[in-house]
Design a protein around this ligand. Structure first.
Ligand code: Z5A
Ligand code: MG
Length: 212
């Protein structure tokens, strides 16, 4: 292991449509990194445990109604309230595997018609991921998986719009994995992609802020 003072954990984000396999793959990845002796934690957004997270959860389960801008800012606030802990963990050498992040925030809100730049603004200054992995699946294929639950956004027509918004956001640094492959295959490809970043961050790769 590299012992330089700038050694840190990697911030790895998994993105993708509903049912693309983010949660399944995030936990498999965490187990893998643990088995290899790395310090690692599984995080997810929204984090429904905070008071902001509870407002979000109530909105997603249709128990409350909120203006589109308001819920967008709550999702963002939910990331801001975790930012300092996130930075401390990374600096302490803990790798963070994060199930959804700012890209979900922008993709889902802009899919409702909000301006992309307006959606990005509150995310500026959050920690930039070292790696964004997009689990790629057609909305039609995703909707066949176990059926959508009853939460807001879990509808095929809306998911098609979200898919388009993710395409607009996607940049060349993203790693795209075909999420229609068997779970074990996705898992293997993910392990290979993530390994390089974990090593680079151990060697002291600098940490940046988002969208500055
Ligand atoms: N949202 C937002 O609007 N703004 C924000 O800033 C953020 C989020 C952060 C809740 O998110 C909603 O919040 C979400 C976006 C919005 N709304 N939608 N849509 P969430 O993360 O809590 O949503 P979730 O319900 O936990 O997860 P998910 O995205 O629906 O699914 P997933 O994690 O991608 O998939 P999975 O649970 O791992 O797998 C789904 C099923 O597919 C399951 O039965 C698996 O066994 C199966 N599966 C997985 N992989 C495979 C493969 N390879 N083959 C076959 N079957 C598979
Ligand atoms: Mg999930």
């Amino acid at each position: 292991k590299n012992c330089s003072s700038n050694s840190r954990g990697a911030l790895i984000v998994l993105e993708g449509l509903d049912r693309s396999g983010k949660s399944s793959q995030s936990s498999r990845l965490v187990s893998y990194l643990e088995s290899q002796g790395h310090a690692v934690e599984l995080w997810r957004f929204p984090d429904r445990n905070t008071s902001v997270g509870q407002m979000i959860s109530s909105y997603l389960s249709n128990k409350s109604q909120l203006d589109d801008h308001t819920i967008h800012l709550l999702f963002s606030a939910n990331r801001w309230e975790k930012r300092s802990v996130m930075e401390a963990k990374l600096k302490a050498g803990v790798n963070l595997i994060v199930d959804r992040y700012s890209y979900s925030g922008v993709a889902f809100s802009s899919a409702k018609g909000l301006d992309v730049e307006w959606c990005k603004a509150p995310e500026v200054g959050l920690l930039a991921p070292d790696l964004v992995v997009y689990l790629d699946i057609l909305p039609e294929k995703a909707s066949e998986r176990g059926g959508y639950g009853g939460e807001r956004y879990e509808q095929l027509e809306f998911q098609k719009k979200v898919a388009h918004c993710y395409e607009v956001l996607r940049d060349p640094s993203w790693k795209i994995i075909d999420a229609c492959q068997p779970m074990e295959e996705v898992e293997k490809q993910l392990q290979e992609i993530v390994w390089d970043q974990v090593v680079a961050c151990q060697k002291g790769k600098p940490l940046f802020n988002l969208w500055r």
